[in-house]
Design a protein around this ligand. Structure first.
Ligand code: SF4
Length: 224
């Protein structure tokens, strides 16, 4: 797998995979670009100290399906969270992800907005959400709230769509501005968006009340 680095905290190891199949206009991640080192799944797993949960992120961890499946196999027995844009999350891949917790992004429900923002159609992402629900996965859907781009009405439409599938866990993420694209939303906007989504779903949270990234971590670069 092509890996940029590992980020180690006391409780978690984040594996930053290089490369992404989306071209989100507001992306701040250096890992979206191809790069990093080609490291075997066995070598990645042996660098992760015991007792840490493992977050697979990037970039997009599903673009190398075979590498991802091998890494999850190597990580057997650990808690693994897969953070994904969902585009490659098809039935065949899900068969190999038993016991993995999935955080899937739904950037936008409006197909035109999704295509404009990411460069890709959202039909496969919507289907992946249905599959995760139907197959009983432990998962949540995340949407980045971006002022004037992905706003309260879009969040509300997404929540209504999800509620038609089931009572799905949903999280609104506060946008971190990058390269002059939009701005940081006010806390009140995020709270209003979660309130709007809560009309449809019982379990709605935001990145303001519920941080998912450890505050301090050590960066470990791997060599092949
Ligand atoms: S899916 Fe994530 S990493 Fe890829 S371009 Fe979009 S925000 Fe960046």
């Amino acid at each position: 797998m092509r890996i940029s680095y590992l980020a180690l905290s006391d409780t978690r190891c984040t594996v930053q995979v290089s490369g992404c199949n989306f071209r989100c206009r507001g992306c701040f991640s250096n890992e979206r670009h191809p790069g990093g080192e080609d490291v075997s799944p066995a070598r990645i797993a042996e660098q992760i100290p015991p007792g840490r949960e493992v977050l697979l992120a990037g970039g997009e961890p599903t673009i190398d399906k075979q590498g991802l499946v091998s890494l999850i196999h190597e990580l057997d027995g650990r808690k693994v969270i897969l953070s994904t844009n969902g585009y490659c999350l098809d039935e065949a891949l899900l068969e190999n992800l038993a016991r993995v917790t999935v955080h899937i992004d739904l950037k936008a429900l409006d197909p035109q907005l999704h295509r404009w923002y990411t460069g890709r159609d959202n039909a496969r992402v919507l289907e992946a959400i249905r599959l995760l629900y139907d197959q009983g996965f432990d998962f949540e859907v995340n949407t980045v709230y971006i002022p004037d781009v992905v706003n309260i009405s879009e969040v509300e439409h997404i929540a209504a769509f999800l509620s038609n599938i089931g009572n799905i866990r949903y999280k609104v993420i506060r946008y971190v501005p990058f390269g002059g694209f939009s701005q940081r939303p006010a806390e009140e906007e995020i709270n209003a968006a979660t309130t709007a989504a809560s009309k449809y779903l019982d379990n709605v949270s935001s990145s303001i009340e519920n941080r998912s990234h450890p505050a301090r971590s050590q960066v470990v670069r791997l060599v092949p």
